[in-house]
Design a binder for this molecule. Structure first.
Ligand SMILES: Nc1ncnc2c1ncn2[C@@H]1O[C@H](COP(=O)(O)OP(=O)(O)O)[C@@H](O)[C@H]1O
Ligand SMILES: [Mg+2]
Length: 318
């Protein structure tokens, strides 16, 4: 698979200015199993890819090794990355290093961070997302400071995450806080969350007012509540596709009011991003979060070929 993949990449590099990057495993030199299908089907849609070594970039700080397989060109080629998420600092290293090879990633480091870190995009989605407060790394994380910061939530329930991810599958242990006035429970949940995040949350601690989203069941393994939620991909502010967020649960036939989200999407400073949206009975449809689409997973049952075909056609329109 690896050698075949590399040959395809080399062949296609010569005939197209578009490139796709997927993670390659350091030792075995194979495409990460989660991206094998994407690489194959992107190629089938005339979107060729080249491989970068994710571990060399992220774990070993060795950008030269990471980009060993990229051909240098004088002309700039537009590209997007498909692979595991990385911290904005690493994305910036990748972005600038690729520019030296003549490759320009679709989102600048600032645009990547804009959708990757919730506090960055919060001001533009504020009117359509649950009330959110945060404490950044380096600030006072004492119990007293946390309880003071939670005061505006009165005794509401909140959910806890960091700037990027929650521990949603540990819902009752490390995510859902039934009441923000119960200091003992707040402390227990924050401690467990920090423990699961390896001691250091990414960016800081984020608390969001709990909203009773419409339920479509509970997760078969973790038992976390599953809300009526969708993931919308946007490319150059246009909808690429909409997916049910969960691979399980009972999705109703009712259509998603896409127009209202497409309107908000015009304000987002990113060329390729996702918007996760969910429905609550009392507040209607709300945005859960944005994400940089380069590092956003496609659901297990997604039609990958249709996704890349639509991307290719939007690219041609641009
Ligand atoms: N404010 C909220 N109220 C109720 N449920 C929420 C809220 N925010 C998120 N959720 C639920 O928790 C899940 C995880 O939250 P999310 O912010 O998407 O974290 P992650 O980035 O880890 O997926 C969401 O998919 C949604 O079902
Ligand atoms: Mg999410």
């Amino acid at each position: 698979m690896a050698e075949q993949g590399i040959d395809i990449a080399k062949a296609l590099l010569k005939i197209s200015w578009k490139l796709f990057f997927v993670k390659i495993h350091l030792i075995q030199k194979v495409i990460d199993s989660d991206y094998v299908q994407e690489a194959k089907l992107a190629s089938a849609c005339s979107l060729p890819y080249s491989l970068i070594n994710y571990e060399a970039l992220v774990d070993d700080n060795n950008v030269n090794i990471a980009l060993k397989r990229i051909q240098k060109t004088k002309e700039f080629r537009a590209a997007l990355y498909r692979g595991w998420m990385m911290k904005p600092e690493k994305y910036a290293i990748l972005y600038h290093a690729l520019k030296n090879y003549g490759v320009k990633l679709i989102n600048s480091p600032a645009q990547y961070q804009h959708c990757h870190y919730l506090p960055e995009s919060y001001p533009i989605i504020q009117e359509m997302t649950p009330k959110t407060l945060w404490i950044k790394n380096g600030d006072d994380f004492s119990q007293e400071a946390i309880m003071k910061m939670l005061k505006p939530f009165a005794n509401h329930s909140v959910i806890l995450k960091d700037y990027v991810k929650s521990q949603k599958h540990y819902w009752h242990e490390a995510c859902f806080i039934p009441s923000t006035t119960d200091s003992v429970v707040v402390s227990k949940i924050v401690q467990r969350f920090l423990e699961l995040q390896g001691g250091q949350p990414e960016g800081g601690l984020v608390f969001r007012q709990y909203v009773a989203f419409e339920s479509i069941g509970s997760h078969s393994k973790s038992k976390m509540p599953l809300s009526l939620e969708y993931r919308i991909f946007f490319f150059n502010k246009k909808t690429v596709t909409v997916y049910p967020y969960w691979n399980e649960g009972e999705y109703p036939k009712e259509a998603l009011p896409l127009k209202q989200f497409e309107k908000i999407a015009q304000r987002v400073d990113s060329h390729f991003f996702t918007m996760d949206v969910a429905k609550s009975s009392d507040k209607g449809w709300l945005i859960i979060e944005l994400g940089d689409a380069q590092v956003a997973g496609l659901p297990d049952n997604a039609n990958i070929e249709a996704f890349y075909r639509r991307l290719a056609s939007l690219e041609n329109e641009a």
